[in-house]
Design a protein around this ligand. Sequence first.
Ligand SMILES: Cc1cc2nc3c(=O)[nH]c(=O)nc-3n(C[C@H](O)[C@H](O)[C@H](O)COP(=O)(O)OP(=O)(O)OC[C@H]3O[C@@H](n4cnc5c(N)ncnc54)[C@H](O)[C@@H]3O)c2cc1C
Length: 423
Amino acid sequence: MNNSKIYDVIVVGAGPAGSNTAISYKNLNPELNIAIFDKSQFPRDKSCGDAIGPGVINALKRFGNEHILDGEPEVVSTTLFGPKNIGIQNYIPEVQNKEDSVVYVIPRVDLDNRIFDLAKSLGVDSYEEYRYMGFQRTDDEKIEVNFKNSNGEDETFITNLLVGADGANSRVRKDLDLNQNTDWHKAIAIRAYIDSPNYLEIFKERSLMFEINVSALRGYAWAFPSKDTLINIGIGMPLSLFKKENKNINEMLDDFVKTLESRGVIVENIRMEKSYMLPFASSRPRLAHDMVALVGDAGSMINPMSGEGIFYGMESGFLLAENTHNLLDSTKDKINEGIQNYEKSFNKRFSKHYLSCALARLVLQSPFMTQRLLAVASIDQHTIDFVVELLFDEARLTVKEVILLASKFMTPLWLLKSIKTSI
Ligand SMILES: Cc1cc2nc3c(=O)[nH]c(=O)nc-3n(C[C@H](O)[C@H](O)[C@H](O)COP(=O)(O)OP(=O)(O)OC[C@H]3O[C@@H](n4cnc5c(N)ncnc54)[C@H](O)[C@@H]3O)c2cc1C
């Protein structure tokens, strides 16, 4: 044990949550010794819709790192389709708390590598092809972390704080004896890439297309334009229902491709199909433990309405660093106090937002309610702005908002239309 390398913080997982944890520690306190380990060799692919919104842009700007988005084309609108083919196009609204109302669609194989490179450039020690195997607490109040390297050899490192950023199937989380989310609080989704020479023509501009409760029962399908003719497509639904209905995720994707084609979209060269789980934030485990913290998907932080997870993962890494960076050379109790404060600040910032999104998920899981919501939204800008804000921002439902939305839901559409035109 005495020969093992010692770090202030060891991060397991170099996805956006892990890399931004390391970036945040180094920016807040450059003296810290931080190491990040990943079982993969980067650049590595990750099943994802690849959409990043104002939250991620803001998280990058915090430490002057937005340049990694230079040259990426901006997505300027969303197009929502619901049952009975109701479709609405809307600009990405001015979001609260953030300066940029812009979305980018960058394949994760590139995006994650760029964020990981930022961490490396700050002097974070990086270990690729190192698989986390387990940890023990030592008598001198440290943590011994075990890895298997690419040669199959066991290696041990010592730290004051272990961060589990190892994604939806987190092994660090399992070693804390925490359960996985139940199937109701999880979705399964599949992603593929296609080339489409006419996508921008069909949608008139670079628009994120969501199709709610149509090809995916109680879920949604998407088509997100990236660079040139590259489009990320996919479909997801709650895991509980997926199992109950004995669905086949590849067949669901095939059906969605047919729907896209029926809308006139040319679909060529379907490739890189990959499915994965999304642990929703409607059921979060404890994030703070004795000298161990969870960030990102390892801590179930995905928005239960939109499936967005990159922003929350990056922000959790920052909040952890903010609450602990100046405590790492003090006692274990002080470090643990910082970890607890991290969990409190994360919950303070996001609990109400997550609750609002969980409620919105219930509404959008009903084909009737989706149809009604989109019908109201198609004549009421405030409603559509609110739906899109829930997708991309930290919006939360207030009592006033609920009453307003409920009254619009119950008002006949002809009356709502005439009220709108008379004001
Ligand atoms: C189909 C799909 C579509 C999605 N679409 C979007 C979207 O458009 N926008 C969005 O914001 N979010 C989206 N999400 C959610 C998003 O992908 C996740 O929330 C995000 O990747 C979480 O980041 P993370 O860093 O916590 O975990 P990950 O990105 O999963 O990174 C975890 C890292 O840990 C490593 N690791 C795992 N186990 C070990 C181990 N034992 N030892 C060492 N390393 C290990 C992995 O190799 C990986 O690099 C989508 C998810 C899915 C499945």
